[in-house]
Write a protein that binds this ligand. Structure first.
Ligand code: ITT
Length: 196
């Protein structure tokens, strides 16, 4: 059977990626299957750098194709932050959400524009790299709403909707999100590589 390793330690991401790939005849492994792989220090300057870094290290250790996602939330009023630092913006999801809301205190709805960005990279043995990006634009709410998803989902309303990612649930999110868009673009490359 054909094997692909997900180079992510983030459960929320892994659930969404697996959902999109479940109709293909692939065995999707994860970092839990390879405890010998050390923690990867994300020292890149861009989402692209970090996603290629994660996928290439995991591909090298496993000698299998590896798929990595580097993503983040860019807020206009904060000049693009937390961006690359989205996972390091606080000690846990709750703390990170609270920090964003605090930094936007007193800011109007018009000034709360933001976007999620996802760069998805597949590195295959021999170190060939396939990479695609997805962007989902929207705005930051005034308080957390909804219980689904992960990360900043409770405070992000995508354009054209009136619910947060955390209110709409995974079915809609996984059609319109930054991650869904990047996956929709990279899946044809995965299909071609594995000759599915
Ligand atoms: P891996 O590097 O192991 O994949 P990570 O959580 O450290 O996991 P990133 O460095 O790419 O991943 O950080 C992305 C952060 O951006 C993530 O931790 C969330 O806080 C946020 N994020 C990304 N996509 C999101 C989404 O769909 N919904 C909510 N928050 C998201």
């Amino acid at each position: 059977m054909l094997r692909l390793v997900l180079a992510t330690g983030n459960r929320g991401k892994a659930i969404e990626i697996r959902e999109k790939l479940k109709k293909y005849p692939l065995i999707i492994e994860s970092l839990q299957d390879y405890p010998q792989i050390p923690e990867i220090e994300e020292n890149g300057k861009t989402f692209l750098d970090n996603s290629v870094l994660k996928a290439s290290i995991v591909s090298r250790y496993t000698n299998l194709p590896a798929l990595a996602d580097d993503s983040g939330l860019e807020i206009d009023y904060l000049k693009g932050l937390p961006g690359l630092y989205s996972s390091r913006w606080g000690k846990d999801d709750r703390d990170r959400v609270a920090r964003v809301l605090k930094e936007l205190e007193g800011i109007t709805e018009e000034q709360r524009k933001a976007r999620f960005v996802c760069v998805m990279s597949m590195v295959v043995p021999g170190n060939k790299v396939y990479t695609e990006q997805g962007v989902c634009s929207g705005k930051i709410t005034f308080s957390p709403q909804g219980k689904y998803g992960f990360g900043y989902d409770p405070i992000f309303i995508p354009d054209g909707y009136d619910q947060t990612f955390a209110q709409m649930g995974k079915k809609i999110k996984n059609k319109i999100s930054h991650r869904a868009i990047a996956l929709d673009k990279i899946i044809p490359r995965i299909i071609a590589y594995f000759q599915l």
